[in-house]
Design a protein around this ligand. Sequence first.
Ligand SMILES: [Ca+2]
Ligand SMILES: [Ca+2]
Length: 499
Amino acid sequence: MNQISHCTDRRGFLKLAATGAAAFVLPNCARGDQKSVSKQAGRQNVLFMAIDDLNDWIGCLGGHPDVKTPNLDRLAAKGVLFTNAHCSAPACNPSHASLMTGILPSNSGVYHNPNPWRKSPVLKDAVTIPQHFIAHGYSAVGGGKIYHGGFPDPPSWQDYFPSQQNNKPDDPMPPNRPINGIPNTAQFDWGPVDAPDEEMGDSQVASWCISQLRKKHDKPFFIGCGFFRPHLPWYVPKKYFDMYPADKVTLPNVNENDLDDVPPIGRQMAKPEGDHKKVIEHDQWRKAVQGYLASITFVDTCVGRVIDALDKSAYADNTIVILWSDHGWHLGEKLHWRKFSLWEEATHNVLMMIVPGLTKPGRRCPRPVTMLDIYPTLIELCNLAPKNELQGKSLVPLLKDPKADWDRPALTTHGLNNHSLRTERWRYIRYSDGTEELYDHDKDELEWTNLAADPKYADVKKQLAKWLPEINVPEISRTADKEEQPPKPRKRKTKQADM
Ligand SMILES: [Ca+2]
Ligand SMILES: [Ca+2]
């Protein structure tokens, strides 16, 4: 339990300590002598949960003082929370594709949302995580957003909710959009929707997942459960907005001059004249933060329902739970909104794992890890055949001992040959034109002061640069990206999907 004291947030500490203690004493009641077939077969099941666009604004990561995430916090308290986990790409499609195949964007050429990842010559025949489980006798089913909207992958699954071709259930939409009054805003909008939780797409995904956990399974299972919120638009039921009155929300700590020491490619990623200018002009910053926090608490409720169902199921003691988000999100930091950058707000994401018989409750791992490490970790935990082409590294040593040695920085790539490397102390960014940023997290956790030009740090940069990828393949072709299109009007009964 002493590792909990490393939590940076006092509120988070108290919450974790309370739930962590509860996790220690909870008896395995109500399960009786039920034994699943999968336990008898000697292989643990996997509940693989994804949350889209969730940055580190969850209680147990201390990213935002106002946020309410009791369910994510109690899940984290059951096992290992990776506090320095980063995406391989700060955008939905390349992050999901690299995580599910274990291959870096710089090897596949899948850098952006409009890249149909199965068209990559490298990923065309790649065996995804669930495919590998199927090959080893597991059942593998999924629901919701495990792949980016436009590019579902039917070969990955034996069944899918709502369907193999449409991975996203419909969401109710408020009338008179955009609510925030920003013209031509597409999905960049927020506000309450007049609908009960159960009408929300993510609630339907949670219900589907719960129904899977209540089933009798003849084989060990791999269940993918992907939640879409807090992806835009931030339309969730009003009760979640009411938890965060806009006039009281805490805004991010932003330095108006932060981009002055950022190279041109970085400034181009930030686009301060784009979203940020519009948000300020329309006086929407507080309401946007409110919408993001409301969406987080909404999805936290969905997570809570699923973990309660697992705890009450026959599979509570022999199911590995892994929960990840695909990248972070800026809400004005560096005058930037959304993901699509190589700074902490965009690369830092959520990763927690509970492995019965291996992990201990309430552990926090500060080592820099990436989403690419998930695939080899699951292979080792479930005794699947090793796959030499995978570019991540198994996290099993860190699950056993969160302070074990770990030699590599976390690599994030945004576009061709733009990379970031994160260690426990440093962030080093190298853009395609050779320009650089270097931040010292011991003194500057908001990454305000770029030290790259200071000769004092030449050796730090040199040591980090050894980890930059040697291969940087060109971007593959692009197609229209459904998720970035404006929401279509929804007819009340037909529930038009808005991707
Ligand atoms: Ca995403
Ligand atoms: Ca700066």
